[in-house]
Design a protein around this ligand. Structure first.
Ligand code: SAM
Ligand code: SF4
Length: 485
């Protein structure tokens, strides 16, 4: 993958001669690609959709956000311009999520709103997990849609857009048998300081509740040399934080002869000039090994935060979920991290109300929260999904009871976070400043352990910089501080 970078600067002033291997060329404002106002250059790409405009809305996880950044890059490289509203666009795209039923419903209600748009000559497309799951049925349910492209088929997207541009009224891409990863010549990143980078796509695990193996296809790892080349380019462009992404990021298996382990890759990314922080998500407990903890201990640039979804504290439920570890095995991984020389913040995902989850299974989840003392968690009510083994499981838990259990988990975690955050008062942390409040002299930033801090500073411009912040107050969900140096 290639992102434009300063090395390509040359020829015409302010134009980046990025060789995209395409014949016709045009200019893209580099600011639009990087989100960095300080870069006023342009990148030259092919001119397929010159004059066209696109609106892209994204639902779902960080991987979807990053897929959208790549889709935007593909379109910008073809001469499209990104616009803020569907009204202003000739191409309207929805990058969708189907992990829970509610997310999928939202997509169809949004599509309904755009029924009339097709008659105005606009092209409407559905990308992502709902596209993969519903396939051609989307054309039946919403005949005004012209493009359906599942998340496992993104590498075909440029070809599909060419077909649309050639006047083809309907194009569809639903292959899941690909061994390719989605790499683009240019990526339009939304955040000017932190760059997402997918290192592994799809999933080879088979959790009984999960649609991801169907919607994103089998696991494919990206070549380590290609990852490191892109990280070097990101460093040159001024990004200082890189977040490596994958559904099971630590299952990374380098397809090159170098056969880099995930921990080696983390260390190599941290060594790249300009990179100050390396994050990674989501880690699967079964593939979480000691060498990853050792890499975190050894290299302070690797963030001291691990998101390690447990889903349930009951081994019986974990077996039914096909999670490939028991409560005890999961707790061994936690003990391994707690033994690290550097404290590691641990967060998790919990599903409540999985079919057959008894009151005593649920109590085991609550006792696990008490034992691990997570710094944060995402909790979800179990949502039955098409094509998943758990769909036909007996002993469904009533919605009302799921809601009650969800509230109990959230309250327990609130208590844990309130106590954990209170202990941070008076301590000083390095923060990457990522937001400026409308309130004067108020800023927001993240610590390496991914704690968000709202803090006061008299400085006039801090965005994108690293500052020391002293904690002056703490609630269960937030930390308050002041600029310390
Ligand atoms: N691959 C990651 C893992 O295994 O931990 C997470 C993938 S998924 C995008 C994010 C979270 O959504 C999962 O950890 C799980 O808690 C939740 N999730 C997935 N399927 C679900 C379902 N059918 N109902 C409720 N929550 C679900
Ligand atoms: Fe889904 Fe399990 Fe794969 Fe995570 S590991 S994406 S929950 S199948």
């Amino acid at each position: 993958m290639r992102t434009p970078n300063k090395r390509f600067l040359g020829g015409k002033a302010g134009v980046i001669n990025c060789d995209l291997g395409m014949s016709k060329l045009f200019d893209i404002e580099l600011e639009r690609l990087t989100g960095r106002p300080s870069y006023s250059g342009a990148v030259r790409g092919a001119a397929g959709g010159q004059g066209g405009t696109f609106f892209l809305e994204t639902f779902g996880c960080q991987m979807n956000d990053h897929d959208s950044e790549k889709v935007a890059g593909v379109l910008l490289a073809r001469g499209y311009r990104q616009v803020e509203t569907p009204e202003a666009a000739s191409l309207i795209l929805y990058n969708t999520c189907s992990i829970r039923e509610k997310a999928a419903q939202k997509v169809f209600s949004r599509l309904g709103e755009y029924r009339e748009k097709q008659s105005e000559g606009k092209i409407i497309g559905v990308l992502g997990c709902v596209a993969q799951q519903e396939g051609e049925d989307i054309f039946k349910r919403a005949p005004w849609v012209s493009l359906v492209c599942g998340s496992a088929s993104y590498s075909k997207l440029p070809e599909m857009i060419s077909q649309l541009e050639a006047g083809n009224p309907r194009v569809i891409g639903l292959d899941t048998d690909t061994d390719e990863t989605f790499e683009t010549p240019v990526t339009r990143r939304d955040n000017p300081w932190r760059a997402y980078l997918t290192i592994i796509e799809g999933c080879d695990k088979a959790c009984s509740y999960c649609v991801v193996p169907f919607t994103r296809g089998p696991e494919r790892s990206r070549a380590s040399d290609s990852i490191l080349r892109e990280v070097r380019e990101l460093g040159e462009l001024g990004y200082s934080e890189v977040q490596l992404l994958g559904q099971t990021v630590n299952s990374y298996a380098d397809p090159t002869s170098r056969k880099m382990r995930f921990s080696e890759l983390l260390l190599a990314v941290a060594d790249v000039q300009g990179i100050r922080r390396v994050r990674f998500t989501t880690s699967h407990p079964s593939d979480f090994t000691l060498d990853i903890v050792e890499a975190i201990e050894r290299q302070p640039k690797i963030c001291d935060h691990v998101h390690l979804p447990v889903q349930s504290g009951s081994t019986r439920v974990l077996r039914a979920m096909q999670r490939t570890y028991s409560r005890e095995e999961y707790l061994e991984k936690i003990a391994m991290m707690r033994g690290a020389k550097r404290p590691v913040a641990i967060t998790t995902d919990i599903i409540v109300g999985f079919p057959g989850e008894t009151e005593s299974d649920f109590d085991e989840t609550i006792s696990l929260l008490q034992e691990v003392q997570y710094t944060g968690l995402f909790a979800f009510k179990y949502s039955p999904r098409p094509n998943t083994p758990s769909l036909s499981m007996k002993d469904a838990i009533p919605e009302e009871e799921k809601g009650r259990r969800l509230a109990v988990v959230q309250e327990k975690q609130r208590e844990i976070q309130a106590a954990g955050n209170a202990e941070l008062a008076g301590k000083t942390f390095e923060v990457l400043v990522s937001g400026k409040s409308r309130r004067e002299n108020q800023w927001t930033g993240y610590t390496t352990s991914h704690r968000m801090i709202n803090f006061a500073s008299q400085e006039s411009e801090l965005l994108g910089t690293y500052v020391q912040v002293r904690i002056t107050g703490a609630g269960p969900n937030s930390l308050v501080g002041e600029h310390a140096a």
